[in-house]
Design a protein around this ligand. Structure first.
Ligand code: F6R
Length: 630
């Protein structure tokens, strides 16, 4: 989603452009940069599309030498992706002229706009952002200090935001900043330089020292110092964190796409998690008997993380026997839910910055729930707000479509379930050790499946071809594998733009079966040992009877029992429809490993189809890696 970078340095413009390029993976549709030259004037350049367009614009219309620059990548919310709507935005009206970049949404911008118009300000864009420079300008014109003007933003603006501002004609080189809900951190330079960004990664080449700002903090940044005040206006010192971001800066390492690299890393991710969180047949996680005594667990997350949470819910109920409900954060945050006394909330988020997930966390925390955060970024807002933080250890995920983080989420949730089960007595030491013995074979199973992936390319090629006239797909599964149907369909639609729906197989007769004809690809996810095999296969037969184009992901033993000819002579997408399913065969594994072994083919099917279609795999249209607005 939107990215912010600011620099006070003699190389300000270069540092900001480089910082923005490090944030490119997050998804955006326009970009802009403003510099303040020595005489105090502010110069802005903007362009729609990728950063290359902004660089070209700057090359055509060079900016003056400057020791201050702010930059932004915009993911459109209010107003489409045009140059006028791109950031930075400046105030138009009474002096001083203020220029800002902003992440987040100002919910009461219409009301503020009306007030500011009455004060003589005019507006040129469709954005909510434009109210911010005007409000700051107005406050400064009233004689308020920079800190007071920033504080006015925090009291007058509703919503979540991170804002950087520069005031034309200000004495010396000074940047103003504030945040609420959206992330913003200061990067401390070695002397005569300071930086600020929405993600430390943007500043990885210029500093390793960061200060995370709290909600409603206001900051005046100069090349020599950073003056942070809390919500009450009192000067405060926030802790300095030293981050080693070297691994995060590693590129594609020879892979064609980050998504492919990240899918291939999954055996290593599983091994890393097991190494960190298991020892001598026991789970080692910072969970206590008090956590295990919770009468109920709520899991909240969004998108892929929500589907991982659903799988985790099945595991928690089965292993620890604690009633568990997974819900999407955007719904949970507004529910009038009677949380149980002593209940646990498990918050799952790769980025740790998802606005809805953070809000659901705060909602439950205020209701007295103990919050356990599973996140891939242990310095994130979600990590900082939680009572217990468990690192997902997936390593930075760059591709917008989440793959290795999903696997990490399910695996860590399984370990959480085993730990709680050991603590609350639902599993004894021997059963926990036996589960862990099975789980330790996971990296090997995953490696074996990855070696099979090239075999699935012919299906992807057919799916990508225009011969699939419905341009739609159905994914079906049962039980603990049902969330995989949702996840498989999500991956397919995210990166191929083919419409795909995930359904619990048992629901098919209640509606979606109307879609089935000889043109519809139907992915069935089945396993001989999940206790539901016969029922899943009955549903598959119903699709077969209507000549649907079946892709069956099934374990080796299940494939044997079905005795379809293999390899399948015809593949889905051929017309007329094949007489029997195309099989993707996974290894036979203990039941609780099925969510992992059946996951990989789903990821690859989406990836390979996208490659054949030629879509932008790593940065699909309209999507953002970290969804920091509601
Ligand atoms: C899909 C995907 C998204 C995220 C969702 C939550 O591939 O990546 O659905 O899972 O936006 O993001 P996090 O996990 O960062 O909270």
């Amino acid at each position: 989603m939107c990215g912010i970078v600011g620099a006070l340095s003699k190389n300000a413009q270069k540092i900001v452009l480089e910082g923005l390029s490090r944030l490119e993976y997050r998804g955006y549709d326009s970009a802009g940069l403003a510099v303040q030259s020595e005489n105090g004037t502010v110069h802005t350049r903007k362009a729609t599309g990728k950063l290359a367009a902004l660089r070209a614009e700057i090359e055509q219309n060079p900016l003056p030498a400057a020791a201050l620059a702010i930059g932004h990548t915009r993911w459109a919310t209010h107003g489409s992706a045009t140059t006028v709507n791109a950031h930075p935005h400046s105030s138009h009206g009474p002096a001083p002229k203020v220029t800002v970049v902003h992440n987040g949404i100002i919910e009461n911008y219409e009301e503020l706009k009306a007030e500011l118009k009455a004060e003589g300000y005019t507006f040129v864009s469709e954005t909510d952002t434009e109210t911010l420079p005007c409000l700051l300008s107005w406050a400064l014109a009233q004689g308020q200090s920079e800190a007071e003007a920033l504080a006015l933003l925090t009291t007058r603006c509703r919503g979540n935001y991170a804002v950087l501002a520069v005031v034309e004609g200000a004495k010396g080189t000074r940047l103003l900043a504030t945040r609420r809900g959206a992330p913003l951190c200061l990067g401390l330079g070695k002397g005569g330089e300071n930086f600020v960004a929405s993600d430390p990664l943007a500043l990885a080449s210029v500093t390793d020292k960061f200060v995370y700002l709290e909600d409603n903090d206001t900051v005046v940044i100069t090349p020599e110092k950073t003056e942070v005040r809390d919500a009450s206006g009192t000067p405060v010192t926030r802790p300095v964190q030293v981050l080693n971001l070297a691994d995060d800066m590693a590129g594609k390492q020879g892979y064609k796409h980050f998504m492919l690299k990240e899918m291939m890393e999954q055996p290593a991710v599983a091994a890393r998690i097991l190494e960190a969180y298991t020892k001598d047949g026991e789970v080692q996680l910072p969970l206590t008997a008090a956590h295990a005594a919770a009468p109920a667990i709520t899991i909240v997350a969004c998108g892929t993380a929500y589907y991982a949470g659903m799988v985790g819910g099945y595991m928690l109920e089965e292993l620890a026997e604690v009633p568990t409900q997974a819900d999407v954060a955007s719904e949970m945050r507004y529910r009038k839910k009677p949380y149980p006394k002593g209940g646990l909330m498990i918050v799952v988020s790769q980025s740790g910055e998802t606005a809805d997930t953070l809000a659901a966390l705060e909602h439950a925390k205020a209701a007295g729930q103990t919050i356990i955060a599973l996140t891939n970024v242990t310095t994130s807002s979600i990590a900082r707000a939680a009572h217990v933080v468990i690192d997902l250890m997936a390593g930075r995920e760059v591709a917008v479509a989440s793959t290795k983080a999903f696997l990490a989420m399910v695996l860590v949730l399984q370990l959480v379930a085993l730990k709680l089960a050991a603590l609350n007595g639902q599993q004894n030491a021997a059963t926990v050790a036996s589960h862990l013995k099975d789980i330790h074979l996971l990296p090997m199973h995953l490696m074996n499946i990855l070696a099979e992936a090239p075999k699935w390319e012919p299906i992807a090629e057919k799916l990508a071809s225009a011969k699939n006239p419905t341009h739609s797909m159905l994914y079906l599964a049962r039980g603990m594998l049902t969330p995989l149907a949702y996840e498989g369909a999500l991956k397919m639609k995210e990166i191929t733009y083919i419409h795909a729906e995930g359904y619990a197989s048992g629901e098919m007769k209640h509606g979606p079966i109307a879609l089935v004809d000889e043109t519809l690809p139907v992915v069935n996810i089945a396993a001989s040992n999940d206790g539901l095999f016969e029922k899943t296969i009955s549903n598959l037969k119903e699709v077969e009877a209507r000549h649907g184009q079946i892709i069956l992901i099934v374990d080796e033993e299940g494939a044997k029992q079905l005795s379809y000819p293999s390899p399948t002579p015809q593949i889905p997408g051929s017309y007329p429809a094949p007489t029997h399913p195309y099989l993707i065969i996974t290894p036979s594994v203990p039941r609780l490993l099925l969510p992992y072994t059946h996951l990989l083919p789903l990821q690859f099917l989406a990836y390979q189809t996208a490659v054949f279609k030629g879509t932008d795999v790593d940065q699909p249209r309209n999507l953002a890696k970290s969804v920091t607005v509601e």
